[in-house]
Design a protein around this ligand. Structure first.
Ligand code: FAD
Ligand code: UDP
Length: 368
């Protein structure tokens, strides 16, 4: 009946379905949740677009991807500039001249560089083997202790010495007064929310919600020639090699009777005692929504080790999980009629722009 059964109505599944449908293929998209858009789902609460599965800021250096998403949504010019709260001291993120000035009182880039140089001299390792060594190399001991260590260990539930260096390489270090969190040419938030963006991608595509592929695999397989699977790869194989580890996040969302709770969309709590990693105030992703008398919606994010029944969010990028994933990948490659994609299907720490890039590559290769 269908050329493709696409498991997962998230970004990967939606881009794949859009392109395959445009090329004349018949697609059925299913999702076990009761809504489309996967983890980028946004919903209206008190007139505010709430990011139910965590704050999502679209950013990319890939012009093709930026042009692509702009076909399906209008983006505002939001620039992510989180504030870090360390025991009541506030610092601008990412690490830039504003951060260095607050931390050390330095005024010029040369003074900031000299301070970092002095701090890292005691620890410098040419080839950092873990996140702690990488962080101290980049920004010195003080920033590591106040803005990185506590946050990272809460986020990943592991000591910084047991985490790979590349996680922190995501964050820019700048010797300019620039609080833009991302080194990206293009950045913004869809004005109508991400759900509308995904709905536009899925226009004209048949979608069945509340449908768990793994609960009814044989009947669903019989519907299509090929399967595109964007759920967790280990679940697909019934965890036969053991479970991959994920980090999960619990969101505690509250509507408050005040116009403005924290003055910024994202405030990170970088000490180790505060149990949550950050508080998102959703209205600040759009402009002009802090008039007196209005309400606001905030979400506290608690990071936790994933256990069965939880939502998997972040693949755990350590050696043991990398090695286990490589074995699952062999099993996946041996399934000629199933294509595995997305953050969970490929067990990769992908941002949205990478998911789109990879989905476009994969669907083009399929259709070629
Ligand atoms: P998903 O969105 O997870 O979609 C997979 C879908 O498959 C889900 O809807 C799921 O219900 C469905 N599914 C799974 N198993 C089954 C099954 N058995 N049967 C049926 N359906 C199934 N990226 C950015 O670029 N910027 C950001 O600011 C950003 N912030 C993030 C914040 C958080 C807290 C997290 C966790 C991620 C963030 N990301 C961000 C990454 C972004 O969420 C992902 O790149 C993107 O959502 C991945 O899309 P996907 O389609 O691969 O996966
Ligand atoms: N990080 C940190 N302090 C912060 C924010 C981030 O140490 O205040 C580190 C942390 O290790 C985190 C990594 O930088 O895992 C990447 O942060 P990012 O905000 O990109 O994470 P994500 O958007 O994936 O949640």
């Amino acid at each position: 009946m269908y050329d493709y059964l696409i498991v997962g109505a998230g970004l990967f599944g939606a881009v794949f379905a859009h392109e395959a449908t445009a090329a004349g293929k018949r697609c059925l998209v299913i999702d076990k949740r009761d809504h489309i858009a996967g983890n980028i789902y946004t919903e209206d609460v008190e007139g505010i677009a709430v990011h139910r599965y965590g704050a999502h800021i679209f950013h990319t250096n890939n012009k093709e991807v930026w042009d692509y998403v702009n076909r399906f949504a209008t983006f505002n010019r939001y620039t992510n500039s989180p504030v870090a709260n360390y025991k009541g001291e506030l610092y601008n993120m990412p690490f830039n001249m504003n951060t260095f000035n607050k931390m050390w009182g330095v005024i010029t880039p040369a003074q900031a560089q000299a301070k970092i140089e002095e701090q890292r001299a005691a620890h410098y390792t040419e080839h950092p083997r873990n996140l702690e060594e990488q962080a101290i190399n980049l920004v010195g001991q003080d920033i590591y202790e106040k803005l990185i260590k506590g946050y990272t260990e809460k986020q990943w539930g592991r000591p910084c010495t047991a985490l790979p260096a590349f996680i922190i390489q995501r964050l820019p270090v700048r010797f300019t007064f620039d609080n833009n969190y991302f080194n990206a040419l293009y950045q913004g938030i869809p004005v109508e929310g991400y759900t509308a963006l995904v709905a536009n991608l899925l226009e004209g595509v048949e979608v069945r919600l509340n449908t768990d592929y793994l609960a009814d695999r044989e009947a669903l397989n019989a519907l299509a020639a090929k399967v595109v699977y964007t759920g967790p790869v280990d679940a697909f194989f019934d965890y036969q090699l053991g479970a991959l580890q994920y980090r999960s996040v619990r969101f505690e969302t509250e509507t408050l009777d005040m116009p403005n709770y924290q003055g910024n969309a994202v405030v990170n709590y970088t000490d180790s005692e505060t149990p949550y990693t950050r508080i998102i105030e959703h209205k600040h992703f759009v402009f002009g929504s802090t008039e007196p008398g209005t309400k606001t919606v905030i979400s506290r994010e608690y990071s936790a080790e994933w256990k069965p029944g939880d939502e998997p969010y972040y693949p755990v990028n350590d050696q043991a999980n990398g090695a286990l994933y490589a074995r699952y990948k062999e099993l996946a490659d041996a399934q000629p009629s199933v294509l595995f994609g997305g953050r969970l299907g490929e067990y990769k720490y992908y941002d949205m722009d990478r998911v789109i890039e990879v989905a476009l590559d994969r669907v083009r290769a399929e259709l070629a």
